[in-house]
Design a protein around this ligand. Structure first.
Ligand SMILES: [Cu+2]
Length: 323
């Protein structure tokens, strides 16, 4: 009941921040990366993988990489659930601007929401600098459980990026405010990496939700994810794809509530019992494609977006992998 009150309050408040939403939508709409089918060329894919390691609240990774396709191995060696999200920054802005002008604003808003003051919390986001709405989310991994790794393949244009994770500590502090932000320069050199050949295709959109074209088999699987559209959901983020293994008896509604960061208890560690996060593809602009690879043992899984009410939006799809 508390959660639904928050949702109603949020809805009311969102009207007051319509401009903010509009700007976010424009920000998505302006950045269309038309990669409908990742396969290009006939060269043998190179095996070069870019490693991102989190030992605690950190991203250990190169400062600079070439542009084009890259496979990122995210190695979460910490005791927390994390993801990495890649933000393309407007020219002339850097991680220092982010730390000074964005991080504290989100924390202030979140703290107020946790204190039971959602109206003031959402209003606090009005203090975000104007340039923030020009930041473009260009993918990343899905949520990843502690002591595990994931593989996500993305295409990046040259530019200045920030890698971040906004999962929260038990007191509500965003991981991004505890060190989980890292700058990344993508150079004009172009990588020779080719995207992998998918074994399963996912299409995600606000209209049809998450659509998996094929029956998912066990063993090593490569999922392509095509963002047929993108939008800003009530919690200010776009839809994405997180693959989660469900333990028998676990209540999926706990996952659905938890995965929304704007909920007072959302995205706060520890993650709810019975769910193992296996990565995926973080949100990207309309028209983009990316890939993730997993090794699936028999069991029940769900593909879910980190948006409010994912189930009613079709952004929650369960499937079984049999022997
Ligand atoms: Cu994190």
């Amino acid at each position: 009941m508390y959660a639904s009150k928050i949702n109603i309050d949020n809805r009311k408040l969102l009207k007051t921040v319509g401009i903010l939403l509009f700007l976010l939508i424009v920000s998505y709409g302006c950045k269309k990366d038309h990669v409908s089918n990742g396969k290009k060329g006939e060269d043998t894919p190179k095996s070069e993988v870019i490693e991102i390691i989190s030992n605690h609240m950190d991203f250990q990774m190169p400062d600079s990489i070439s542009s084009g396709w890259h496979t990122f191995k995210y190695d979460n060696r910490s005791n927390e659930t994390h993801f990495f999200l890649v933000d393309k920054y407007p020219e002339g802005l850097s991680i220092e601007n982010m730390k000074k002008e964005v991080g504290p604003v989100f924390q202030k808003g979140m703290d107020l929401i946790i204190e039971g003051k959602p109206e003031e919390g959402i209003a606090a986001f009005n203090k975000l600098p104007e340039w923030f709405f020009k930041v473009v989310f260009v993918g990343g991994s899905g949520l990843l459980s502690p002591k595990s790794s994931s593989l996500t393949t993305l295409k990046l244009e040259p530019g200045y990026y920030i890698i971040e994770c906004y999962v929260k500590m038990p007191d509500g502090t965003f991981h991004s405010n505890m060190g989980m932000v890292k700058s990344l320069v993508v150079t004009n050199d172009v990588s020779e990496v080719n995207p992998p050949e998918p074994t399963n295709e996912i299409v995600i959109s606000s209209k049809e939700g998450i659509v998996v074209k094929d029956t998912v088999k066990g063993g090593k699987q490569v999922f392509s994810v095509y963002f047929k559209d993108q939008m800003v959901h009530e919690n200010f983020v776009g839809h994405d794809v997180n693959l989660v293994r469900i333990k028998e008896g676990a209540d999926i509604s706990n996952l659905e509530t938890w995965i929304n960061w704007a909920d007072p208890k959302g995205l706060i560690s520890p993650a709810p019992e019975g769910f193992t996060f296996l990565g995926g593809v973080n949100d990207m602009p309309e028209g983009s494609s990316a890939f993730f690879e997993v090794d699936l043992s028999p069991g029940t899984y769900v593909l879910i977006s980190e948006v409010p009410n994912a189930g009613s939006k079709g952004l929650l799809k369960t499937f079984n992998v049999s022997n």
